[in-house]
Write a protein that binds this ligand. Structure first.
Ligand code: ZN
Length: 363
């Protein structure tokens, strides 16, 4: 009985989501096209162990359910799986699959294990430098699977998954996809908490190799702890798996809507997607026909760089202020790094002239 009831709720929820989705206008520009669903582990790599369950089986079941929902209710989105069976796929190959497909989003699905059996809850990660030892431990555990790959030290450029020092490099990977990745992570945790009723351990950052290698926004979802017997039971149950998959599905739907709304603007701010009606001033420091790769040239010179697209050009700016007066004070400092920098202005995410901006801010 109970199982039936839950399935009806899930189906109705998904139906509602679907109707909403279809009511959106069908502009083809800036559409979300492809998502990669990555079921962690597989084959000779079982991942975490519970009393009886293996991480690889749980995450595959949830990944396939999630993919099914998307294929069924969003036929316009192509779903790409890194594995659909119990096979071993190296981390770098998972990323290659996503990069080759030029996907819009990467979702890696995992389950957790910790020595304290009392700990429960879900958490979703974006790539970055860990802020706590716990987050580092999750990354170490998930990355350690590379030692099962032949020649892993060459593939991952001598990255040692078990050495804390290897992870310092992730400070440099505060990449242009961070905001989108965090947005998706937030949406997933929101659904898990509000709709699925799981304990929320929050949105976090850590150095996951599989996310580092993917050239797109991406998240790594930890569905719960196999070290806790209640969660093990939930994670292995059909309804638990269906609810978790529907939670990620709903988060994905919201992410896709938001992605398409932003990409239909004439000028998009890839990093700073502040939906503000205020005028925003910045200092432009570079412009390029090709997108500048994170970690190279200009990225090394500034802590925080904003990328936006203006016609065919990628443009890069620093600083952020709502008054011309305030941004002007920052110019001389930036000039010390990029001599021919200049102040630019945005309103509602669109570039406007300085004259227009200063009229709006009465300066
Ligand atoms: Zn895992």
């Amino acid at each position: 009985m109970k199982r039936h009831y839950i399935f009806i709720i899930v189906s109705v929820l998904i139906f509602c989501i679907n109707s909403l989705d279809h009511s959106l206008n069908a502009q083809s520009a800036g559409k979300f096209k492809k998502v990669v669903i990555d079921a962690g582990h597989g084959g000779k790599d079982p991942g975490a162990h519970g009393n009886y369950a293996k991480e690889k089986d749980i995450v595959l079941a949830v990944a396939l359910k999630l993919g099914n929902y998307i294929e069924k209710y969003m036929p316009e989105v192509e779903v790409i799986y890194t594995r659909k069976k119990d096979v071993f796929v190296p981390l770098s190959e998972r990323a290659q699959i996503a990069n080759k497909a030029d996907a819009n989003l990467f979702i890696s699905i995992h389950a957790n294990y910790i020595s304290n059996p009392k700990i429960t809850g879900t958490e979703t990660f974006a790539l970055g430098l860990h802020r706590t030892q716990d987050n580092l431990e999750v990354a170490k555990k998930e990355n350690s699977v590379i030692v099962l790959e032949e020649d892993y030290s060459t593939t991952y450029e001598d990255f040692d998954p078990n050495s804390s020092e290897s992870y310092i490099i992730f400070e440099l990977y505060q990449n242009i996809y961070l905001n989108q990745s965090l947005e998706m992570a937030d949406l997933v945790q929101h659904q898990f908490t509000e709709r699925v009723g799981r304990r929320n351990r929050g949105v976090k950052q850590a150095g996951f190799l599989v996310l580092r290698e993917t050239a797109m926004p991406g998240v790594l979802v930890e569905l719960g702890f196999l070290s806790n017997s209640n969660e093990e039971k939930y994670l292995t149950s059909n309804e638990g798996q269906a609810l978790l998959a529907s939670g990620i599905f709903r988060a994905f739907r919201d992410y896709k809507d938001s992605f398409e709304a932003k990409n239909n603007l004439d000028i998009k701010e890839v990093v700073a997607q502040k939906a503000t009606s205020d005028v925003l001033y910045r200092i432009q420091v570079a412009s390029s026909k090709k997108q500048i790769k994170v970690g190279t040239s200009i990225y090394k010179k500034f802590d925080k760089l904003f990328e936006y697209k203006d016609g065919k050009l990628y443009k890069y700016a620093v600083g952020e202020s709502t008054t011309f007066n305030e941004i002007s004070k920052q110019v001389s400092e930036v000039q010390g790094i990029v001599k021919d920098c200049f102040v630019i202005a945005f309103k509602d995410g669109k570039r406007i002239t300085l004259q227009e901006a200063r009229q709006l801010t009465n300066e």
